[in-house]
Design a protein around this ligand. Structure first.
Ligand SMILES: [Zn+2]
Length: 45
């Protein structure tokens, strides 16, 4: 995973609740996180 993947995921719909996915952080790592349910759809390690 990389920043390009994160950019692609940001703006897409969450696969779980179809809420808006935005680039952010999850547990201290860069991640694409759903703005509605808070589920990370991708994480950068
Ligand atoms: Zn969601």
């Amino acid at each position: 995973m990389n920043e390009e993947l994160l950019d692609r995921l940001a703006g897409s719909a969450c696969p779980f609740c179809e809420g808006p996915v935005a680039a952010g952080e999850y547990k201290g790592t860069r991640a694409a996180v759903c703005g509605r349910c808070g589920t990370p759809t991708a994480r950068l390690f």
